[in-house]
Design a protein around this ligand. Structure first.
Ligand code: PLP
Length: 429
């Protein structure tokens, strides 16, 4: 299949080229030329098998097509269970069973495996540059750790991520280097972009990116929605309605993709934190990016969601988009109350991101909605122990993979926000 740009300025591009490029040359985001229909009502035995069915049409003609089953087995090696919660029709889709306990593990692992398979033998190492405000850096580091032909350089804002999140960025060693930047996430992003735009630097030290606009991050995420909905539909004969905590809209676009491809998914409701760019737009305002605000759900602190371009591309016009999607902003006080009440009310412990979606579910139920809903749990609560534990009054058990990571020593290089210092560090690294 070929891919085009959301800005319309690029000739149809095959999957492999679009995957390696990341961003389209006209500054837009790659989207498939058309969204294929696949028989996704059939519940498949494993998540990896569903992922293969979802991804196969996109990889038609790709050098990776013959590796697809193996790539999916590698990326989707851990389950994404859909569990019933306490209330009738209430479910939680747990996407936190990977090595860094957040949903980004699935797609980061797919991207790493795919780029690894596309790499020509004997070429110099590529350094994957990631600016991260939370979970992306850890997922990318874990996915590329000790992978031949790749290094990872992670930039993150000093003091702006949870202690366990920062440990998750700094615990890898080998081919992974964490850079703690004395600035904001925006500084980190600027440094990453400047490096990727520096042709002299890239000639010396090949660079790549793995951010959420990459097709290799977007498409695989449709798999867990399709898998959960097929099994739910198979068991109950009803569609699964989904509430997605969202920031950059990557995971939300993947849910929409799964729905359009034919998965038995009903409504999509997006839950935001206080960064309410999307809810305002869906409520009828003209689209206007905002300055990012820091919240308890820090991985969703995005004032200018890049995937909005994809979302708008997939609807005839903004009114069609507004008719198809709901979006609700949830403030920090409500996130706190929701986390505190969740164990007794729903029988789960929620991370701050998951809590935004849980709150949306509560408002739907209060309004008399009786449909089958899945709240998407995007991270394990143990990653946010300093927020969650005081609210629920007890400790949260740490999943094994996260415990392994926390047991390893952490190291990072602290840098100022100027480009030259970072450029020298990259050249030396
Ligand atoms: C990245 C992240 C989100 C937001 O996902 P997007 O695809 O950027 O919308 C939500 N929750 C957690 C835990 C995350 O790490």
């Amino acid at each position: 299949m070929n891919f085009v740009s959301t800005r319309g300025g690029v000739a149809p591009t095959p999957f492999d080229a679009a995957l390696v490029a990341g961003l389209a040359p006209d500054g837009g985001l790659y989207v498939p030329e058309s969204i294929p229909r696949v028989d996704l009502e059939i519940p498949r035995a494993t998540l990896a098998a569903t992922a293969e069915a979802v991804l196969a049409p996109y990889l038609a003609g790709s050098q990776l097509r013959t590796h697809l089953a193996a790539l999916c087995r590698e990326a989707f090696a851990f389950d994404a269970p859909l569990r019933p919660m306490r209330g009738a029709g209430d479910h939680v889709l747990e996407l936190f069973h990977g090595p860094t306990a957040a949903f980004k593990d699935y797609a980061a692992r797919f991207l790493a495996a795919a780029l690894g398979a596309l790499r020509a033998p004997g070429t110099p190492d590529t350094t994957i540059v990631v600016a991260t405000s939370g979970d992306t850096g850890a997922a990318v580091a874990a996915a590329f750790h000790r992978r031949p032909g790749f290094r990872v350089a992670i930039l993150y804002p000093d003091g702006k991520v949870s202690p366990r999140q920062s440990h998750g960025l700094e615990c890898w060693g080998d081919n992974v280097q964490a850079y703690r930047i004395a600035g904001s996430f925006d500084d980190c992003q600027r440094l990453a972009k400047q490096a990727l735009a520096d042709t002299a630097l890239r000639a010396e030290r090949p660079l790549g990116s793995a951010n959420s606009i990459s097709l290799g991050r977007l498409l695989p995420q449709a798999a867990y929605y399709a898998h959960a909905a097929a099994h739910h539909h198979g068991a109950h004969g009803r569609p699964l309605h989904v509430i997605v905590p969202t920031g950059n809209l990557g995971n939300a676009c993947a849910a929409l993709l799964a729905q359009r491809m034919g998965a038995p998914i009903g409504s999509l409701h997006l839950a935001c934190n206080a960064n309410d760019t999307l809810p305002r737009f869906i409520a009828g305002a003209a689209y206007a990016a905002q300055t990012t605000r820091a919240t308890l759900a820090n991985a969703m602190d995005v004032g200018a969601p890049s995937n909005i371009e994809r979302l708008r591309h997939w609807f005839a016009d903004d009114d069609a988009l507004r008719a198809a999607l709901r979006a609700t902003p949830v403030d920090d006080a409500t996130i706190r109350d929701t986390i505190a009440a969740a164990p007794a009310q729903h029988g789960i412990v929620a991370c701050p991101h998951t809590a935004t979606a849980l709150h949306v579910l509560e408002t739907l139920r209060a309004a008399g909605d009786t449909r089958d809903w899945a709240v998407v749990a995007t991270a394990h609560p143990a990653k946010f122990d300093t927020i969650v534990e005081p609210l629920i009054g007890r400790t949260v058990d740490v999943p094994d993979a996260l415990a392994d990571c926390l047991a390893r020593p952490a190291s990072a290089i602290t840098l100022a926000t100027d480009f030259e210092t970072w450029r020298q560090a990259l050249r030396a690294g």
